[in-house]
Design a protein around this ligand. Structure first.
Ligand code: ZN
Length: 379
């Protein structure tokens, strides 16, 4: 391995977007359902027959004291024998993550909290508040539609303050697509949309374009970095409506002191790289994409994300959800992809080793530490 590759392997990472780890032991159907954004495999098939499935057997099995390429039955039997807590300790412990920024807004009760992740790993962990979850919490508490906008702003501020959140997250891509009207909605539009939503029986998902815009513009006022889920995701998204280029007019309208973080982006990592190159407050990662394309193709995807974006704009995330394996693979695949890419630049004579190392430090932790205002020790 090159000197640069060896250095990349030792850098502490800031995982700027991930979720919690499941707290319970998993049987095979539950494990497989979490191994794909598509959920359970089709009848007669297995989610182990995917790039990420083979990567689990190759790279996670040795951490559970198995041979590389252990078959799925052996792997899951050993996993069950060790138990969820030990598997989490081993797999997350091997990531070399210094700090996790955890989106707590989805299926939170099933997952370890940021504080529990910190306790299990010794790493730092901070909260990222999901806008839509705060709105749904507010609906559950009960709110007059005419007061929705003001009450949401108060609850968002209160939640972010109480949890010492370092950012907010939007799933507009899932709920309405990224081709929403970029302007802040008028107060009467918000009240009418809130009435329409709140008058439905029970608490339903917030899926009104007007309300999603209201949440986003409230977040802009709050001023924390806004993470956008972009592209690659589960069956809820319409892929063609999640191209980050659709956010262009919103990006132009948001003041430049509010960072906009484009998450995952696959297969639109080149569009995201372009946006990060052009707009001072836009950043990107290829987080979950690297896990799902697997170690062999990851270097190409990361290279595309880095084609035109300044090196100060590209971040690391695992976007791991649920499975401890996804945290481990996220870090492992990112390090390998980055190490291969930088090694090739130095071998070509294009970059000095010192520049390659500086870029490695920015992507691994430096950019996230700066943008989210983390203490240096976390990075
Ligand atoms: Zn995520």
């Amino acid at each position: 391995m090159s000197a640069v590759g060896a250095l990349v392997d030792t850098l502490g990472l800031v995982d700027h977007h991930c979720h919690g780890v499941v707290r319970t032991d998993l049987d095979r159907p539950a494990f497989e359902a979490l191994l794909s954004e598509g959920g359970p495999p089709a009848p007669g098939m297995t989610n182990f027959d995917t790039p990420v499935g083979l990567a689990v057997r190759r790279h996670c099995a040795p951490l559970l004291d198995l041979e590389p390429h252990a078959d799925p039955e052996t792997y899951l039997a050993r996993r069950a024998e060790l138990g969820a807590a030990e598997v989490t300790r081993r797999l997350l412990g091997a990531t070399g993550t210094a700090a996790y920024l955890v989106d707590t807004g989805w299926r939170g009760a099933e997952l370890l909290t940021p504080e529990e992740i910190a306790a299990a790993t010794g790493a730092g962990a901070r909260h990222v508040v999901r806008l839509e979850s705060v709105a749904e919490d507010l609906a559950a508490r009960g709110v007059d539609p005419a007061d929705f906008a003001a009450r949401f702003a108060d609850l968002l501020t209160e939640t972010a303050t109480q949890t010492r959140s370092v950012g907010v997250k939007s799933v507009a891509a899932y709920r309405v697509g990224l081709d929403f009207d970029p302007r802040p909605p008028a107060a009467e539009e918000v009240a009418a949309a809130a009435a329409d939503w709140l008058n439905r029986p029970g608490v339903s998902r917030v899926d009104s374009p007007v309300l999603i815009r209201a949440l986003l513009w409230t977040a802009v006022e709050l001023g924390l970095p806004i993470q956008f889920h972009v592209a690659f995701g589960d069956a809820d998204i319409r892929l063609h409506r999640t191209n980050p280029a659709l956010l262009t007019d919103f990006i132009r309208a948001v003041p430049q002191q509010v960072p906009i973080m484009l998450l995952h982006c696959y297969p639109y990592q080149r569009e995201a790289s372009y946006l990060a190159a052009i707009y001072p407050h836009v950043y990107l990662d290829v987080g979950v994409s690297l896990n799902f394309v697997g170690p062999v193709r990851a270097a190409e995807v990361l290279a595309e994300a880095m084609e035109v974006a300044p090196f100060t704009k590209v971040l690391y995330s695992s976007d791991a959800f649920g499975l401890a394996e996804l945290y481990h693979l996220g870090a492992h695949i990112f390090r390998r992809a980055l190490g291969d890419l930088l090694t090739a630049r130095v071998a070509d004579g294009e970059w000095s080793a010192a520049d390659a190392i500086r870029v490695a430090r920015l992507l691994a932790a430096g950019n996230a530490t700066r943008v989210y205002g983390l203490p240096e020790a976390d990075g």
